[in-house]
Design a protein around this ligand. Structure first.
Ligand code: GRG
Length: 304
């Protein structure tokens, strides 16, 4: 049996479920506790809980924790940025689904937040999750001396993600820029920036040296692009039911995607190239980077 999007024999094992671990569950506890503790109107709290604690992959928090461990740090040192990056990610999904942007009804196999709680609440809950993420780091990051650097990474990643969304949905490209370059710019910002930030925050929490931070940054950039190429492939090869979000949306909206620009075979080859590049970047880190290696291999063959 081959992978549903043709990534070869290793994908025959459908690794749709990521390995569970108490240290990843701790991220949800951290978000839940923060959202419970922070004074908020009850309906806003419910909306934030629905969006931030729904059945997603928690890939960005995993990257924070595994990057911290890859440079010799401990999971608990990375929990606050791990929770913060998931709040930013959840904000981006809620706003991305709004009628003014993607206008989607389904997210994580459930109604989108604006379908459930109305458009005004979805806008405000997205805004709130952005604020809650920054406030969480400012108030709870330990050691406190790391808070400015973590905030900087988080907000740079968030702002680049928003820029990427503009390149994707409201572009103002010079006609001379070839589609593949536009596409790389969109993916690097829209999806890659927050993934890169997740990796860098984890490395900073683990006390990475210069060389380690460079390796983890390169890894984050490579898997950020790989993640989105796989996402582009899944959009054309999977069903809405399996994905838990509307499939075929990119083609319907005439989006620039890897399959649309270079075709399916070259997109699959790009995934393999990026997977190999990511793994090569981890080599100098040795055994402590085993978790990042495993995550990279899963992300290359994921089916949702
Ligand atoms: C309107 C102020 C304003 C901001 C909008 C919408 C937006 C900013 C950014 C969009 C960024 C975006 C949706 C990028 C797509 C990245 C992507 C593939 C998301 C899906 O990530 P998964 O698969 O989702 O990790 P789960 O559900 O598993 O967490």
């Amino acid at each position: 049996m081959s992978s549903p999007y043709g990534l070869g024999a290793s994908a025959a094992r459908d690794r749709a479920a990521l390995p569970r671990s108490d240290r990843f569950d701790a991220v949800d506890h951290c978000i839940a506790e923060w959202v419970e503790r922070r004074p908020l109107p009850g309906n806003l709290r419910d909306a934030v809980r629905y969006a931030a604690l729904g059945p997603g992959k928690r890939m960005r928090p995993r990257l924070v924790i595994l990057s911290c461990e890859a440079v010799g740090g401990r999971c608990e040192d990375a929990l606050i940025p791990a929770a913060a990056v998931e709040l930013i990610h959840a904000f981006s999904l809620v706003h991305d689904d709004l009628p003014a942007l993607d206008d989607d009804d389904l997210r994580r196999g459930r109604p989108t937040l604006h379908r459930r709680a109305g458009e005004a609440m979805a806008v405000l809950a997205g805004d709130a999750m952005l604020g809650l993420a920054v406030e969480l780091v400012v108030r709870q990051m330990r050691p406190r001396t790391l808070a400015p650097a973590i905030c900087e990474e988080l907000i740079l990643g968030c702002n680049d993600m928003i820029a990427g969304q503009v390149y994707d949905t409201l572009p103002e490209f010079d006609g001379a820029v070839p589609p593949i370059e536009r596409l790389r710019l969109i993916h690097r910002n829209k999806t890659g920036a927050l993934i890169r930030a997740a990796c860098r925050m984890g490395a900073l929490c683990g006390g990475a040296g210069e060389g380690e931070l460079r390796a983890i940054t390169g890894y984050g950039e490579a898997i950020g692009l790989m993640f989105q190429v796989v996402d582009d492939l899944l959009d054309v090869t999977q069903t809405t039911k399996h994905l838990g979000k509307t499939a075929g949306k990119d083609a319907e909206q005439n989006k620039l995607t890897f399959p649309a620009v270079v075709g399916l075979a070259a997109s699959r080859a790009e995934v393999r190239r990026l997977q190999e590049a990511s793994l090569a970047l981890l080599e100098p880190l040795g055994e402590t980077a085993a978790g990042l290696r495993e995550l990279c291999e899963y992300l290359a063959v994921r089916t949702k």
